[in-house]
Design a protein around this ligand. Structure first.
Ligand code: GAL
Length: 380
């Protein structure tokens, strides 16, 4: 899916939503502007604690709001959709004044959002866009299409087809690659996969990259709930079904560090990374500490760093704006059509991290310490 296509989709939907919903979307907020922070509660619903990024996101949003005096109800849903629906329902009945939600399934919360709108509770979609509801008031995230472009580019750089400065590399190929995408119920997946495939397509069309398994559709390459074990199993199956003729995998497009670790485990179990059988180039996302160690050790090629501290700041800014009955500041009002309306968004920049970038991008910025990188484990 091209950027042009996404933008066209966005503007068409914007025109539609302006025509159809001139009455406006959900709550402009209850009567909160004259209340003290200590009388206001922000409900924060996060998908899972199995990935350290969501733990960091939850803690950052909570501590930043608490530092401003607000009360915070932070809940994790264990990647279970009914649990998340129930937790959000409870936040509404317990009188939350704003909701910040990172959805497990972007389409599963419509009735909760309706209840929130009826109670005039503004809803901020956190990193993952909630779909199919007009009752989403704001979206904070990163430039998700660019994440996909960065992952496709990192695969090309790792294979030597491109240099880091974007110029043509010296490698000729052809290379065998395999593709992995995230969970199809997460709106981000189409942006990551679309951006990556737009970047890889000219090389596939030229025959320089070959997807040996021929599994290229989003449905074939998706990883339900982004699970490491699911990715490991699929990589094992790919190795058995498509590489039992002595051929080798040279590169794997992976959208997320947890998935990358599953892929790498499957490859190592099949003998890659020892002797002459070099590990393929494997991409990633989130700068999870276990993967940063693998990148530092030359096992994983790269990751895409999204500074969740900045994302938490934007969520806090948006929540405060709503509580003060103001509109949060958006920097994108075109791209994120949720199927019912275009949700105004604040999108943050991203950065590719190869081994050489770990110090400048992650250690010097205080995201991870040098000891954590060496140990592959977070201290706190
Ligand atoms: C996505 C998010 C990624 C990654 C993934 C798996 O929604 O944008 O950064 O965290 O979920 O958790």
């Amino acid at each position: 899916m091209s950027r042009k296509f996404l933008v066209a989709l966005g503007s068409a939907a914007l025109a539609l939503s302006l025509a159809a919903c001139s009455g406006g979307g959900a709550g402009s907020g209850g009567d909160t502007s004259d209340k003290k922070p200590g009388d206001l509660t922000i409900g924060v619903s996060m998908p899972t604690q199995t990935s350290e990024r969501w733990i960091a996101d939850g803690n950052a949003v909570k501590s930043k709001l608490e530092a401003k005096g607000y009360k915070v109800d932070l809940q994790y849903a264990g990647d279970d959709i009914p649990t998340q629906s129930q937790q959000v329902d409870q936040m509404i009945t317990q009188g939350a004044d704003v909701l910040v939600i990172a959805a497990i399934d972007g389409t599963a919360l419509s009735s909760q959002l309706q209840a929130a709108a009826a109670a005039k509770i503004p809803v901020i979609s956190y990193d993952r866009l909630i779909r199919g509801s007009k009752d989403v008031d704001f979206y904070v995230s990163f430039d998700n299409y660019k994440v996909g472009v960065a992952q496709g580019t990192a695969l090309l750089v790792g294979l030597g087809l491109l240099n880091k400065d974007g110029s043509k590399g010296t490698a000729k190929g052809p290379f065998n690659i395999e593709l992995f995408a995230g969970s199809l119920d997460d709106n981000n997946t189409q942006y990551f996969f679309g951006g990556a495939m737009d970047t890889l397509k000219p090389f596939v069309d030229a025959g320089t990259l070959k997807v040996k398994s021929k599994q290229t559709t989003p449905e074939q390459v998706a990883t339900l709930r982004w699970q490491q074990e699911t990715a490991q199993k699929r990589m094992e199956n790919l190795l058995t079904s498509s590489y039992n003729d002595g051929s080798k995998v040279d590169g794997v497009l992976s959208p997320y560090d947890g998935i990358s670790r599953g892929i790498i485990t499957a490859l190592q179990n099949a003998g890659y990374g020892s002797g002459a059988k070099k590990l393929p180039v494997v991409t990633g996302q989130d700068a999870e500490i276990a993967s940063i160690k693998l990148i530092n050790d030359g096992v994983q090629n790269s990751t895409v760093f999204k500074d969740t501290r900045l994302l938490a700041d934007q969520a806090v800014n948006a929540a405060e704006a709503f509580l003060q009955k103001k509109e949060p500041q958006a920097n994108d009002t075109k791209t994120y059509n949720n199927g019912v309306k275009v949700v105004p968004a604040y999108l943050l920049p991203i950065a590719t991290v190869y081994k050489d970038d770990i110090k400048a991008t992650l250690i010097d910025s205080g995201y991870w310490t040098a000891e954590e990188v060496a140990a592959g484990q977070a201290k706190k």
